[in-house]
Structures are given as C-alpha cells and as structure tokens.
Design a protein around this ligand. Structure first.
Ligand code: TRP
Length: 375
C-alpha cells in the first residue's frame, strides 16, 4: 500500500523511478529531443515522465491542432513552484496549442475548506495575474472555474453532464484501490477533474483532438483513472475520446531542504513572485539549505554537495538556463573553489533581476485580467 500516491497528501514524491516501473509512466527525455526550443525543465529532466506524449510532440512539429489543459488549486501566494507550471502552459500556447486553464475551486472548497469567493480572488489576483505577467495571452485561452464553467448554457451543460456520467464508468473498489481512504469530497473532486481533462474533446468545445495535461507527479492517480474512464466511454456515442496525454514534473524543492516542498502555508519555504527582491535575498541568504562545508577550510577541502544544495537546485531548475555556465558553477562548487556565499550571490543576482522585471509586468497585467474572464 506504500506504493499509492496521495494527490491530497503533503508527502513529497521521491521515488520517480518507481512511477515508471510500477505505473507505466515513460521517460520524457527522448521526447525533449523531438521538441522545438524545449524549456529548461524539458531538457534537464525536471519534466521526467509522460504518457502518450509522442502524439503531442507530433502535433507540435507538424503544426496540427491540439489542446493543453491543466488545473490549479488556488492557495495562498504564487511561488516559484507554480511558475514552473506557468512556463509550461505558456510554452504550449506559444507552440500553437489551445489552452484550457481550470481553477479547481470545487476541489479546493471540498478538500481545503475555503470559501468560493475567497478562492476566486486568489485565483485571479495571484495565479491569473502572474500567468499574464509571465506571458499568457487571452487569445486561444479558455480560463474557467469548476464552479462556473461557462455563460454559454450548451457548454456548461456538456461539462457538468460529463462529470455526472463519468461516475458510471468506475466502481467504488477501483476508487479505493487508486486513492486509499476516500470521502464524498474526494469523489466529487475526482469526478470534476475527470470532466476537466476530457471535456475539451466534446463537440460543444474543440471536438476530438489530442489533449496534453502537464502536472506534478502527485497527480498521476487522476490521470490513470481518467484514461481508464475515457476508454470505457468508447461505447457511448459521441463520447469517443482520444486518450489524454500527460507530462510529469518533479517539484522544485522548498528552501528548507531537498525533501521538502514549497508550501503556501510556510512563507520561508518558498520565494513568491511578489516577494520584494530584499525579502527574497534574505530568504536565500538565511534560510535556503546549503550543501556547503561547515567552515571555509572544510569547504575548500571537501567542496559543496550539489545534490542537497537548494540554491544550486534553483539555478538548475530555473535561473541558469545556460548548460555550460551551470556545469562550471557545479564544478567550482563541488571542488571547493566556489564558496556557499558566492553561489548564493549568483542566485540572488538572477532572482533579483527576474523579480524586478516580473513585478513591473504584473502592474500592467492587472489591466488585462478581464480579457480572460468575460466568456
Ligand atoms: N487536482 C489538481 C491539483 O491538486 C487540480 C486540477 C483540477 C487539475 N482539475 C485538473 C489538474 C485537471 C490537471 C487537470 O492541483
């Protein structure tokens, strides 16, 4: 039973190999080589696994239509972990994908006990505003709430109808096998997510087309279940789906250590995109776990450990896109030539430049929020 992944749990998924061996996920690396100007996450194995992504890679290369859908749980501040998802969304939009963005407010209402108006506010002021500042465009983007799919009644009916029908396709025992302990709130969240992933293919939306769902590894149970359900719809006329594809990324570790997450409930575990450069610097300098030696002498002698060093990971995940420069930093740090303070300084400079630029862009982004909502 330890093999189960709990998408609502706080545990960090660590054993990525196991996902491949036991759950039939495939390694992403060969796919990265097929893509035009792949993201750093794609090149460096941060996006490590996929299901049926070949179909999407073909659409991108052959300029054929496809859809990218993902969901967000609005919770607290938008941080660097969320930025990883945003960068992927924007990548697909820039590569001619139609973007579907779901605010999982019904899921958050049930699982996190927040109120719908509060969730809506966070989704817009934190998530959407930051997406826009990072480059998301209203054209070819359908941004919606689970609690409010569309003002178009035909579309809204089709989405909620699908959520209702999907329940016929699974048994209680199957649900228990996938999720372990379940509750009415979990069942509802699952049925909504199944509808989220499959509904773009309905005639009221895009019609049959390949869909890719980029998510964190913890979401795989939902994807496996949705793909099973999609197969079982094949006998319902008008509900023949192309099996949705998915990609899986590792989580950017929290500031406190390699086996922790950036968690919205602990401001010293993350860097938010609205943190002032001063605060961000303080978080890195004081709180980011270092793999450096305990003293300068020790560090010079044994070098730093990049496997556990959080500032190094932040450069690897996001802030040093140049592979050669990153390799040099790694070499110098591991050999002891570069000190922890120097490594942190490199990161702080990159981070400051990013935050300053982003926070300017955020001011302008506020004006275009309404372009995404009036549908
Ligand atoms: N369950 C997802 C999360 O916890 C949110 C979500 C809802 C989602 N619907 C989705 C993710 C559809 C991907 C696709 O973050």
């Amino acid at each position: 039973m330890q093999n189960r992944i709990d998408p609502w749990g706080s545990e960090v998924v660590k054993d990525y190999d196991k996902l491949e061996k036991e759950f039939g996920m495939e390694p992403f690396e060969p796919m990265a080589r097929k893509l035009p100007d792949p993201l750093v996450y794609m090149r460096r194995g941060v996006i490590f696994g996929h299901r049926d992504f070949g179909r999407i890679a073909d659409c991108i290369r052959q300029e054929k239509p496809y859809i990218m859908l993902t969901g967000l749980m609005p919770s607290g501040k938008f941080h660097l972990g969320h930025k990883m998802v945003a960068d992927q969304i924007i990548y697909y939009q820039q590569h001619r994908g139609k973007v579907y963005l779901c605010v999982a407010d019904i899921e958050a209402y049930n699982m996190r006990l927040a109120s719908l108006p509060e969730l809506r506010k966070v989704a817009i002021e934190e998530y959407l505003t930051n997406y826009i500042a990072l480059g998301l465009k209203p054209k070819n983007c359908d941004f919606y709430f689970q609690s409010e799919r569309s003002k178009d009644q035909g579309k809204a009916n089709a989405y909620y109808r699908l959520a209702g029908m999907a329940a016929q396709k699974i048994t209680f025992n199957e649900m228990k096998a996938v999720y372990g302990k379940i509750s009415p709130g979990k069942i509802m969240s699952v049925m909504m997510q199944v509808a989220d992933i499959l509904h773009p293919e309905l005639p009221e939306f895009e019609g049959r087309a390949p869909v890719v769902v980029p998510v964190g590894a913890d979401q795989d149970p939902h994807l496996r279940l949705t793909r099973d359900i999609a197969t079982r719809f094949s006998t319902d006329k008008g509900y023949e789906f192309i099996l949705p594809s998915a990609t899986y990324h590792k989580f950017m570790p929290g500031l406190k250590g390699i086996d922790t997450k950036m968690s919205s409930s602990d401001p010293y575990s993350y860097i938010a995109l609205t943190d002032s450069p001063k605060l961000a610097k303080e978080k890195i300098m004081k709180y980011a776990f270092s793999g450096g030696g305990n003293s300068v002498e020790e560090h010079r002698k044994h070098g730093g450990n990049t496997k556990v060093d959080i500032p190094y990971h932040m450069l690897f995940y996001m802030f040093e896109p140049d592979d050669k420069k990153l390799a040099k930093i790694r070499q110098d740090y591991e050999s002891g030539k570069m000190l922890t303070g120097e490594l942190k300084q490199i990161l702080v400079e990159k981070l400051t430049a990013f935050l300053e630029k982003h926070q300017e862009a955020r001011k302008k982004a506020k004006d275009s929020v309404s372009d995404f909502l009036e549908k």
